[in-house]
Design a protein around this ligand. Structure first.
Ligand code: TEU
Length: 545
């Protein structure tokens, strides 16, 4: 039976479990920590949570390297803790999406360990992508593909008899071998994994690297023309991104989801360069949603923001899918910092080095609040990343000895890495580790200035970012802004302005105040201001007359 299709308009809050709340006190967040903070999520007013991976893992890529897809890693708790967390979320009307990592497993997965011990050409090897090397003695990798984390995509193994052997493919770290998704055994295994979590009651999956699961036949050489192409591919065909074969997998999974109550959703993580390509992921029999990364990476420029909103609604609309919107996640520079990078700061894919363009925090925060005020007025589904409701900036001075992101290690520190957006979030200004736990331990150090961003401080301050998010989420719900269409309004080159019914939305991305007229009644302001002229980097919802 068709369900409510809740995901079409949902606001989904991403929890990064290791940095959300730590009940055990070991310095790493966990599932009981999330359960303990569930009331605060309900108060915030979100519809669903998405949990980054908590499954059994050696944590070489913060859990995006799974050794057992059907269990919880001890650092995060137990399956019973998961069930409890799920029940507590559901009791508050909050849906739960879990992160599934199907492109690759950990090298500690039993299948990969079996593959290492088995012979070339065996069924055990066929679950991954093993090939003989090139050159006289197979000493060269099978092709020239570059890893997203730096270095090559191939690692050579030692065969059980001690000789130098085959190579295996890994788009990411060598500890993350890619599955061969043309292998029916792999497909069947993952149908089982989906059902395992669906049977437990999860409401859906965020599908990691959904665009990488199928590689072009023959694994042809490929050299990316630019760095951004290595992330998602430019206009051209990249042999390991967005191959046609991925769509069969999504169609298959769509059917598995439909075996349940018709209300479970798949959200694909696909870094694709254009919205046209992105929209192919969410045709009616495929994924239910996919992240709108082109929107996330759009600069603070009125024309570009207008264009990307228009194009998103168009392209997703053509295939009958909701548009999604997102400004931050665990892979990119937090938008309260990113939006204040100057045009010539080396941004790359949003995770590049920051040193050359240290953003101005006040500007970043104003823009971040304004950007969210616009985003939560748009029809479709929005993703929030933990801590953005506090206006957290990127942590930009993480001592080397704390760093854990493989992108930093694999590029000899040339890439700044993603640890700066993963610092444990502050709950109480005066508590150890700002209330992240009671022991004061924290796997990444929290900047001293974060006391002023603590949840209890913001809770008590009517003008805080937290109270802005709460107001936006409440009003969005009351006015059903997640569904329906928008009408564009003309407010000058430097503005983005549209109407949702009788509600007007405007943001000023220029240098001069924008006059809104004297018959306006403000419903919500991204930051308070007097008079009727909208200041630079501010946004409003208002009615007229
Ligand atoms: O990310 C996929 C991805 O291609 C990028 O976000 C990538 O992490 C980034 O460009 C780093 O250079 C997903 C997860 O979100 C990410 O955290 C994982 O590291 C990655 O998959 C591998 O599982």
């Amino acid at each position: 039976a068709p369900g409510s299709e809740w995901w079409r308009s949902a606001v989904i809050y991403q929890i990064y479990p290791r940095s959300f709340a730590d009940a055990s006190g070991d310095g790493i967040g966990d599932l009981p920590g999330i359960t303990g903070r569930m009331d605060s999520l309900q108060e915030l007013g979100i519809d669903a949570i998405w949990l980054s991976p908590f499954m059994t893992s050696p944590q070489k890529d913060a859990g995006y390297d799974v050794a057992d897809y059907r269990d919880v890693d001890p650092i995060f708790g137990t399956l019973a803790d998961f069930d409890d967390m799920l029940a507590q979320a559901h009791a508050r009307g909050i849906r739960v999406i879990v992160d599934l990592v199907p492109n690759h497993s950990s090298d500690q997965h039993v299948w990969f360990q079996q593959a290492l011990r088995a012979a070339p050409g065996s069924p055990e090897r066929a679950r991954y992508i093993f090939r003989d090397g090139k050159g006289e003695n197979g000493e060269l990798p099978p092709n020239n593909w570059e890893s997203v984390f730096g270095g090559g995509q191939w690692t050579r193994i030692t065969e059980p008899d001690g000789t130098a052997g085959q190579w295996y493919l890994h788009i990411f770290d060598p500890t993350q071998p890619d599955f061969d998704w043309t292998n029916e055994e792999v497909r069947e295994e993952f149908r089982g994994v989906l059902r395992f979590w669906l049977d437990r009651g999860v409401d859906g999956f965020r599908v990691d690297v959904a665009h990488g699961m199928i590689k072009a036949d023959g694994l042809p050489d490929y050299t990316p023309p630019t760095e951004s192409d290595s992330m998602g591919g430019g206009e051209e065909n990249v042999p390991y991104w967005g191959q046609d074969g991925v769509h069969d997998i999504y169609r298959d999974w769509h059917e598995v989801m439909a075996e349940y109550d018709g209300d479970r959703a798949l959200c694909g993580e696909a870094w694709l360069p254009t919205l046209k390509k992105t929209a192919l992921w969410v045709r009616p029999d495929e994924m239910h949603q996919t992240f709108n990364f082109p929107y996330m990476m759009t600069e603070w420029d009125a024309g570009k923001v207008r264009d990307i909103i228009r194009e998103s609604l168009d392209e997703f609309g053509k295939v009958g899918a909701p548009s999604t919107w997102v400004l931050s996640n665990h892979d990119v520079i937090r938008h309260a910092s990113r939006l204040a990078l100057t045009a010539d700061s080396p941004q790359g894919d949003g995770i590049g080095p920051l040193s050359a363009g240290k953003p101005d925090q006040a500007t970043g925060l104003s823009r971040a609040r304004a950007a969210t005020t616009v985003m939560l007025a748009l029809p479709g589904s929005s993703y929030l990343y933990q801590g953005e409701e506090l206006g957290l900036p990127e942590a930009m001075e993480i001592p080397d000895e704390f760093r854990q992101d493989p992108t930093w290690f694999r590029t000899d520190g040339k890439r700044y890495g993603r640890d700066g957006c993963r610092v444990p979030i502050p709950w109480e200004a005066d508590a150890p580790a700002y209330g992240f736990n009671t022991t004061g331990d924290s796997w990444l150090p929290q900047p001293g200035e974060w006391a002023s961003f603590a949840r209890d401080v913001e809770q008590a301050d009517a003008a805080s970012t937290l109270n802005l998010y709460k107001a936006l989420l409440r009003l969005r719900r009351e006015r059903s802004l997640g569904t329906g269409s928008l009408v564009w309004e003309e407010l000058g080159e430097k503005a983005v302005a549209f109407r949702r019914g009788d509600l007007h939305v405007a943001v000023n991305l220029g240098d001069m105040p924008l006059e809104l007229g004297d018959d306006v009644t403000f419903v919500v302001q991204s930051q308070s201001f007097d008079g009727t002229a909208l200041p630079t980097d501010h946004a409003v919802w208002y009615t007229k007359g």
